[in-house]
Design a protein around this ligand. Structure first.
Ligand SMILES: Nc1nc2c(ncn2[C@@H]2O[C@H](COP(=O)(O)OP(=O)(O)OP(=O)(O)O)[C@@H](O)[C@H]2O)c(=O)[nH]1
Ligand SMILES: [Mg+2]
Length: 165
């Protein structure tokens, strides 16, 4: 639980190039860029209305490079909710989420009360490597991120699906 009840830290994880920054920028600024600029770590603050009260979301957009394990551990220990992003064009990007999920479980102890969302991005691409998962019919949990590039559904999967990773 957040120390201040209306402050939530959301951390976005996923392999390099799957579109984490694009999803975050789409949510925060409503923009999309074609150019790929790898992230080290960026943090955004967004005030949102949630359950009739005002909340501050602090969104941490992490690197996909695996070069900073200490930063990853710190982000997990500080995070209240997690968005795990893969690209539907790359099975490998889904595989890379397993150790991240396991690390969240290890650091948080129990994840039953922690929102974790699995998001299949790049749904506009025709060359899919994980079509079944990306097209699973969904019931949306509260922290659903926005559509990515062109408003199509990014294939968010409820956290209950994550253990099957
Ligand atoms: N076709 C398509 N391209 C996308 C989509 N989302 C992002 N991209 C492109 O994919 C590339 C990588 O996107 P980023 O958002 O920078 O990826 P990232 O996961 O933040 O990468 P790192 O910061 O290196 O971990 C960019 O060229 C984006 O334009 C999408 O939904 N569809
Ligand atoms: Mg990025």
């Amino acid at each position: 639980m957040p120390e201040q009840s209306n402050d939530y830290r959301v951390v976005v994880f996923g392999a390099g190039g799957v579109g984490k920054s694009s999803l975050v920028l789409r949510f925060v600024k409503g923009t999309f860029r074609d150019t790929y600029i790898p992230t080290i770590e960026d943090t955004y603050r967004q005030v949102i209305s949630c359950d009739k009260s005002v909340c501050t979301l602090q969104i941490t957009d992490t690197t996909g490079s695996h070069q900073f394990p200490a930063m990853q551990r710190l982000s997990i220990s500080k995070g209240h909710a997690f968005i795990l992003v893969f690209s539907v064009t790359s099975k490998q990007s889904l595989e890379e989420l397993k150790p991240i999920y396991q690390q969240i479980v290890q650091i948080k102890g129990s994840v039953e009360s922690i929102p974790i969302m699995l998001v299949g991005n790049k749904c506009d691409e025709t060359q899919r490597e994980s079509p079944g998962l990306a097209r699973t019919p969904l019931s949306r949990p509260p922290l659903s991120p926005p559509p990515s590039q062109n408003g199509c559904d990014s294939g968010a999967v409820p956290s209950s699906s994550v253990p099957s990773l």
